[in-house]
Design a protein around this ligand. Structure first.
Ligand SMILES: [Cu+2]
Length: 149
C-alpha cells in the first residue's frame, strides 16, 4: 500500500520536473517595430577633407538602426558599401518627406544633403565603405563597417 503511494508520488514528481523543465517557445518578435538606435556619419567635411567621419561604424545583428548620413562639404559624395547593403534588411530610406522602401545599394549625397536610412543588420562581417567619385578613395575616403552579434 505505502510503496504504491510512494511510487505514485515519485512518478508525479518526475512528470512535474519534465513539465516544468520544458522551455516555452520563445515569443516571436517583430524586429521592425523596435525604436531605432541612431548613428551618424558625415561624407566629407565642411573644410573639404575627403574622409568619412567617423571612418568606422559598428552595428549588431537584429537591432533596428537609423543611420543619419550628411554631406557638409561642397562636393558630392557616395556612400558605397554593397556587401554591407546585402547584409542588412532595409526598412526605409527617408529624405525630405519621401520614404523609399526596398533594397538600397548605394547612396549619393549632393553638397548639403542629408538622408536617414533605417535598417536591421542580418549577417556578421567586416565590410568596406568607399566613396566612388574618382580620386576620393585614393585621397582617404574609405571606411569600414562592422556587424557583430
Ligand atoms: Cu567623395
Amino acid at each position: 500500500m505505502w510503496s504504491w503511494v510512494y511510487r505514485s508520488l515519485l512518478v508525479g514528481v518526475c512528470l512535474l520536473t519534465l513539465w516544468v523543465g520544458v522551455p516555452a517557445p520563445a515569443a516571436a518578435r517583430d524586429l521592425s517595430k523596435q525604436a531605432p538606435q541612431d548613428q551618424f556619419i558625415q561624407l566629407g567635411t565642411a573644410d573639404s577633407q575627403l574622409v568619412f567621419v567617423p571612418k568606422e561604424l559598428s552595428f549588431h545583428n537584429g537591432v533596428l538602426y537609423r543611420l543619419h548620413l550628411s554631406n557638409p562639404s561642397q562636393l558630392k559624395h557616395y556612400f558605397t558599401a554593397k556587401d554591407f547593403a546585402d547584409a542588412v534588411w532595409t526598412r526605409k530610406l527617408e529624405v525630405a518627406g519621401v520614404e523609399i522602401k526596398g533594397q538600397i545599394r548605394e547612396i549619393e549625397l549632393k553638397p548639403g544633403a542629408a538622408v536617414e536610412w533605417q535598417f536591421i543588420p542580418l549577417k556578421s562581417g567586416v565590410y568596406s565603405l568607399i566613396c566612388t567619385i574618382p580620386g576620393h578613395a585614393e585621397a582617404g575616403m574609405l571606411g569600414r563597417i562592422i556587424i557583430g552579434d
